[in-house]
Design a protein around this ligand. Structure first.
Ligand SMILES: NC(=O)c1ccc[n+]([C@@H]2O[C@H](COP(=O)([O-])OP(=O)(O)OC[C@H]3O[C@@H](n4cnc5c(N)ncnc54)[C@H](OP(=O)(O)O)[C@@H]3O)[C@@H](O)[C@H]2O)c1
Length: 265
C-alpha cells in the first residue's frame, strides 16, 4: 500500500500513538484528517508535521458525542473528497478496582473506547462500501485479549472492540474493505496520566510499566509494514506482555495464576 495522495482520518491525533501515526503518514505523502477534543493541541500537531499545510485538516470531535458524527463525516469527506483509511485510535484507560469504579466511569470508558469507534466506523463505512475500497484500523490493546487488575472497564471496552471489528471484518470481505485490530502492549504515552480513576478523575501519573516502554514513534515504525499489508491483527509489545499473550494461548489457567500475583501500575 502506497499512502501518497491517500486520505487518512485519525482519531486521538492530538497525542501519543495517534500523533505518531500522523507524523509517519504525513511523511508517506498522505492527506490527513486529525481528530480529538482539543483543537489547540491538534493545531500544534499540524504545525509540527511539515510545510505542506494543505494536506492536513483539523476536525475536532468528542468520541462520546456520536450524534455529531454524521456532520463530522460530511466535513471529513469534503476535506479531500474521500476517506481511504479510518484509524479509530482515540481512547482512555483506567486505574481503579471494580469496587472503586463508579457506573458512570464504566459508561464513559465504553462510550469513548467502544461506541466512539463503532459510531464513526458506521458513518464512514457506506462510503467505503460504495467505492469497494477502504481500510479500517482500530487501536485495541493487549487488554482486548487479557483482563488484569484495575482495568476491568478498560479491558471490557477493548474486548468489545475486538468482538465488533472481528464481526465487521467478516461482513466486509465481499466489499474489499479491510479491518485491522492493532494490539499494543505498554507504550510510553500519556495514557496512564489520562486514565480514569474510580470517580472519573484523571490518574495523573506515568505508570512504571509505561516509563520504560517503547515510544509511540518506535511503535509506529514497527507496525507500519503490517498496516500497509492490511494484516488482520497486529501485536506490538514488550517482552512481558508478549509472553502473556503466548502463555494465554497455551494455558489460560497458567496465565491467570501468574497474573493474580502481579503488581499492577
Ligand atoms: N499507550 C499504551 O500503552 C497503549 C497500549 C494499548 C493500547 N493503547 C490505545 O492507544 C490509543 C491511543 O492512546 P495513547 O497511548 O496515545 O494515549 P494518549 O496519549 O492519552 O492519547 C489519547 C488520545 O485520545 C484522545 N481522546 C481521549 N478522550 C477522547 C474523547 N472523549 N473524544 C475524542 N478523543 C479523545 C485524546 O485527545 P483529546 O484529549 O484532545 O481529546 C488523545 O489524542 C488508545 O485507544 C489506547 O487505549 C495505548
Amino acid at each position: 500500500m502506497n499512502y501518497q495522495g491517500k486520505t487518512i482520518w485519525i482519531t486521538g491525533a492530538s497525542s501519543g500513538i495517534g500523533e505518531a501515526f500522523a507524523r509517519a503518514l504525513y511523511k508517506e505523502g498522505a492527506n490527513l484528517i486529525l481528530s480529538s477534543r482539543r483543537e489547540g493541541a491538534l493545531k500544534q500537531v499540524k504545525e509540527s508535521l511539515g510545510a505542506d499545510k494543505s494536506r492536513v485538516f483539523i476536525l475536532p470531535l468528542d468520541l462520546t458525542q456520536t450524534e455529531t458524527f454524521p456532520e463530522k463525516t460530511e466535513q471529513a469527506l469534503k476535506a479531500f473528497g474521500q476517506i481511504d483509511m479510518l484509524m479509530n485510535n482515540g481512547g482512555v484507560s483506567q486505574r481503579a478496582t471494580v469496587a472503586e469504579t463508579e457506573m458512570d466511569t464504566y459508561r464513559r470508558l465504553m462510550e469513548i473506547n467502544y461506541f466512539g469507534a463503532v459510531g464513526l466506523t458506521k458513518q464512514v463505512l457506506p462510503h467505503m462500501v460504495e467505492r469497494q475500497s477502504g481500510h479500517i484500523v482500530v487501536t485495541s490493546s493487549v487488554a482486548g485479549k487479557i483482563g488484569t487488575k484495575q482495568r476491568s472497564g478498560y479491558a471490557a471496552s477493548k474486548h468489545a472492540v475486538q468482538g465488533f471489528f472481528n464481526s465487521l471484518r467478516q461482513e466486509m470481505y465481499e466489499h474489499n474493505v479491510a479491518v485491522t485490530l492493532l494490539c499494543p502492549g505498554f507504550i510510553k504515552t500519556n495514557i496512564s496520566k489520562n486514565a480514569l480513576t474510580g470517580d472519573g478523575a484523571k490518574f495523573g501519573k506515568m505508570g512504571d510499566a509505561h516509563k520504560d516502554a517503547m515510544t509511540a514513534d518506535e511503535m509506529v515504525k514497527k507496525v507500519m509494514p503490517d498496516i500497509k499489508k492490511q494484516k488482520e491483527e497486529i501485536y506490538v509489545t514488550g517482552f512481558k506482555e508478549g509472553l502473556a499473550i503466548w502463555v494465554q494461548r497455551i494455558s489460560p489457567t497458567l496465565l491467570n495464576k501468574i497474573l493474580k500475583n502481579q503488581k499492577v501500575t
